[in-house]
Design a protein around this ligand. Sequence first.
Ligand SMILES: Cc1cc2nc3c(=O)[nH]c(=O)nc-3n(C[C@H](O)[C@H](O)[C@H](O)COP(=O)(O)O)c2cc1C
Length: 395
Amino acid sequence: MPLTGKNILIGVTGGISIYKTLDVISALNKLGANVKVMMTESAAEFVSPMTFEAMSKNPVYTSLFDKKNAWRIPHISLSKEADLIAIIPATANIIGKIAGGIADDIVSTTVVAATSPVMIAPAMNTNMYHNPVTQRNIETLKSLGYLFITPTSGVLACGDIGDGKLASVEAIVEAIKGQLLYPEKDLLGKKILVTAGPTQEAIDPVRYITNHSSGKMGYAIAKAALLRGAEVTLVSGPVNLTVPSGAEVINITSAKEMYDAVMENAENADIIIKAAAVADYRPENIAENKIKKGGELSIPLSQNPDIVKSLGEKFGGEKVLVGFCMETEDLIENASKKLKSKNLDFIVANSLNEEGAGFKGDTNIVTIIDKSGNKTDIPLSQKEDIANKILDRIK
Ligand SMILES: Cc1cc2nc3c(=O)[nH]c(=O)nc-3n(C[C@H](O)[C@H](O)[C@H](O)COP(=O)(O)O)c2cc1C
């Protein structure tokens, strides 16, 4: 599990979105992390410490003055053993206290004593969030190296609509994971364009030609690149996946739409990774009405524009171009041919014939081939791990 051996200390403060912190703790536990919780007195008014104790499977700290374990000095021992401290949710009050150097409860005092990175996930009424004092405190903390998980916009618990909604559980977990696994942000400043998923080529208003691509490989690459600090644009065919938090997503349906979206955004990218399974052909004409049953039917096809080839012609040698190649026979030979003919820097070859590889699952088996013909074999691994190995190779 990716977070095995990591000690995460969650500081919980008195905001209405506190219930979501329980889901964050559960997700971090599932990733293998050891999670401890400290709560302010106000937080304990919202949810009982017992609930956090049961979720984190660790004692919960609610007071600076824990008489039973006074010899441990909780705020010092907690801060020392944490690989990361995350305040979820963070009230306007705790943000103000940290910015002012105040240490008068277990959470604020532990943060003052911290030597590990501190992440702050604010959540509050939109007027409280936009209050210039709150904004000044956030800017002060950012300038001192505190990391913020930006709240989203939406309907708030008080009924107001606006900024200040706690970031999604998934976004918070991804941010924590990214900080723990890639603290150095080795792709910071890089702009990466990723394509993912299948395309759908309409036959008539109700039918289309497509393939089995789930989009999981492309989405895993987008997620991994974001965690490593890259700016990611994801051009996605129709898939059933959660959008990676922080990515700019352009949803398309057909190969022609994907071609347009990629060409429009390629100029701005440093690295282009084409993990989408684009249909090579589309019906020559789209029937205006649903085609009726009866008699023989043949559907003439036209070739779709070759996105990878166009990218190679226009940007080969200028940007890092990575293609994918899925084959059912002569995998390495066909992949090497595609690498050369399309002027790519890397091709990631995967075979449909191997168990655990291919479109639908969470795992894959791939070979990365570079321009000089060097091959890197990646055995059966999670798509997330393969994504990082591809990014390592590009780097
Ligand atoms: C029902 C209710 C909901 C609240 N929700 C929030 C909130 O979402 N964000 C916030 O900053 N303060 C919120 N407050 C105010 C804080 O609880 C208050 O400022 C408290 O002093 C924060 O203490 P703490 O930062 O020590 O936890 C809420 C108060 C109440 C009564």
